[in-house]
Design a protein around this ligand. Structure first.
Ligand SMILES: [Zn+2]
Ligand SMILES: [Zn+2]
Length: 256
C-alpha cells in the first residue's frame, strides 16, 4: 500500500504527460522547440549535441580531441596505463551540459521514455558491437535504489537496444551483491575499491553466458570502474568476451 501511494503521483504525472503529448506537438529533447516526432533534437540542439565519432580510443571510446598525427594512435593514455577488462567500449555522446539535460531527467526525474530517444544514438555508436553481441546485459541497480527510482535506466536502454538490434537482452543476468556508495566524489582508485566484488552473475542465469559474447549497457561511463567490475563478474562467470555500450562518456578522469 505504501508503495502504491508513493508511486501514484509519478504514474499520474506520466499519464498527464502522455495526454499532453496527444494535444501538443512533440518537443525537442533538450529545449521547447517543436519537432516532428518525439525523441528528436531540433536542428540547433542537434548541432550542439556532442556525438562521439572517430577518432576515439579503440578500447574505451573516449573521444580524441584532435585527429592524431599519422592516425596510428588507437589507445588513449588511460587505456595504455590501465587497460580495462573489456574488449571495446563505445559511447553515443560526450557527457557535457547538453547531454546532462537528457541523462539527468532519465535517471532521476521519472522519464523512462527517454530510453527510446537514447537507444538509437547508442545503436549508431555501437553498431559493430551490437552486430557481434550474443546477449545484451545492463548494469544492475541495487534493489533498494531500484525501489526508490522505480526503474533501472540501464535495463530500459538494454531492452530498447534489443528491440532495435534483435539481440536478446537479459536484464536480470547480473545482480548487485552489495550496495555501493555514490561514486560521484571519489577518485579513480577509490571508485575501483568501492565497486570491487559488488556485482555477481545470478546463479539461475549462469548457463546463459557460458562462452557467449556479452554487450554490457549503462547510461553513463565516468571512470569505468562500475563497468569494469561488471565485466569482471561476467568473465568470471564464463563469458567469452565483453564489450560495453553507454549513452554518454565523461572524458577520462583517470588522467586527472
Ligand atoms: Zn532543441
Ligand atoms: Zn581509452
Amino acid at each position: 500500500m505504501v508503495a502504491f501511494a508513493t508511486r501514484l503521483p509519478a504514474t499520474l504525472a506520466a499519464a498527464g504527460r502522455a495526454a499532453l503529448d496527444l494535444l501538443l506537438p512533440p518537443q525537442c529533447l533538450t529545449c521547447d522547440r517543436p519537432v516532428e516526432t518525439p525523441g528528436q533534437f531540433c536542428a540547433s540542439c542537434f548541432a550542439r549535441a556532442a556525438f562521439i565519432t572517430e577518432p576515439c580510443c579503440m578500447q574505451c571510446g573516449v573521444p580524441f580531441s584532435h585527429a592524431l598525427q599519422g592516425g596510428v594512435e588507437r589507445l588513449c593514455p588511460g587505456c595504455r596505463l590501465h587497460p580495462p577488462p573489456w574488449e571495446q567500449a563505445r559511447a553515443a555522446l560526450r557527457y557535457d551540459d547538453h547531454a546532462r539535460r537528457i541523462l539527468l531527467p532519465f535517471k532521476h526525474a521519472d522519464r523512462p521514455d527517454l530510453a527510446a530517444a537514447l537507444a538509437p544514438m547508442m545503436a549508431r555508436a555501437g553498431a559493430a558491437l551490437l552486430r557481434r553481441a550474443d546477449l545484451i546485459v545492463p548494469v544492475p541497480l541495487h534493489r533498494k535504489r531500484l525501489f526508490a527510482r522505480r526503474y533501472n535506466q540501464a535495463a530500459l536502454l538494454a531492452r530498447a537496444l534489443s528491440r532495435l538490434s534483435g539481440v536478446v537482452a537479459v536484464p536480470d543476468l547480473l545482480r548487485r551483491a552489495k550496495a555501493t556508495p555514490s561514486l560521484g566524489d571519489l577518485g579513480a582508485e577509490a571508485r575501483m575499491a568501492a565497486v570491487a566484488g559488488a556485482f555477481a552473475v545470478r546463479p539461475d542465469r549462469a548457463a546463459r553466458l557460458l562462452g557467449r559474447r556479452m554487450l554490457l549497457v549503462d547510461d553513463v561511463m565516468t571512470s569505468g570502474a562500475t563497468a569494469a567490475a561488471c565485466v569482471a563478474a561476467l568473465l568470471a562467470g564464463g563469458a567469452a568476451a565483453v564489450d560495453v555500450l553507454v549513452a554518454a562518456r565523461v572524458p577520462d578522469p583517470r588522467l586527472r
